[in-house]
Design a protein around this ligand. Structure first.
Ligand code: PRP
Ligand code: MG
Length: 211
């Protein structure tokens, strides 16, 4: 049988996800050999790990190029991924927030300009409140934008708050909490259910035990 494909984003999310998979007996020894490879077969040959960019996990899973994956809720929302979101893995926790120079009053700006890697989440959030904003799409280091006058404020994820602090910015408004999610392709969930369901159940059991 073809291996079940699992999409992970390189970095901390992949490392923490692999720790969980390891606990349920799914191991990828070849992943730990230094290489530029992007696909890794599990030691039992039943699963294939594919390494994608964080923002693309939802796209690979939605299209069935991967049967399942782990992605931050932030990237799933931004990509508008149409997938089954089955387990909140509890790690990768952070907050979406509006941030800017200390004392910034959002209502002083009409429209408020917002630098962000997440224009969809930002627009959805402000639109749902009937507040008019203009987003400026950035690809990183967004904290710079209000410092150099590119935007009035930013919308970004805040984990420890260190990046804001070190750039003399404050949280002006908290928006929503996010964390890593186990997602599954809708068709795979039906056609490959006998292989996928036990994985989901075992992952759930581990997360619940950590509770
Ligand atoms: C992320 C995020 C914030 C920071 C939050 O940036 O965009 O800038 O981490 O973490 P903290 O609250 O613990 O400081 P990342 O390091 O991913 O870089 P990028 O925004 O340039 O992609
Ligand atoms: Mg950043």
């Amino acid at each position: 049988m073809e291996p079940i494909k699992i999409a992970l984003a390189k970095g901390r999310l992949a490392d923490l996800s692999l720790e969980i998979f390891e606990q349920i007996g799914i191991t990828f020894s070849s992943y730990y050999e230094k290489s530029r490879k992007l696909t890794f077969l599990s030691d039992d040959g039943q699963y294939e790990l594919i390494l994608v960019k964080a923002m693309d996990v939802g796209t690979y899973v939605e299209n069935g190029a991967a049967d399942m994956g782990v992605a931050g809720k932030d990237t799933l929302l931004e990509a508008g991924a149409d997938v089954f979101e089955l387990v909140d893995l509890g790690f990768g926790r952070c907050e979406f927030a509006v941030a800017g120079k200390p004392g910034t009053d959002l209502s002083d700006y009409q429209p408020l300009t917002i630098g962000t890697k997440y224009p969809k989440i930002t627009n959805d959030y402000f639109q749902s409140q009937g507040r008019q904003v203009e987003t400026i799409k950035l690809n990183g280091s967004v904290e710079l934008a209000p410092l150099v006058g590119l935007s009035d404020v930013i919308v970004d994820i805040v984990e420890t708050g260190n990046t804001l602090k070190e750039n003399n910015l404050d949280v002006l408004e908290t928006m929503l909490s996010i964390s890593a999610r186990l997602v599954v392709n809708k068709a795979s969930f039906k056609t490959k259910g006998t292989s996928i369901r036990p994985v989901i159940d075992q992952v759930k059991a581990i997360i619940d035990n950590k509770g």
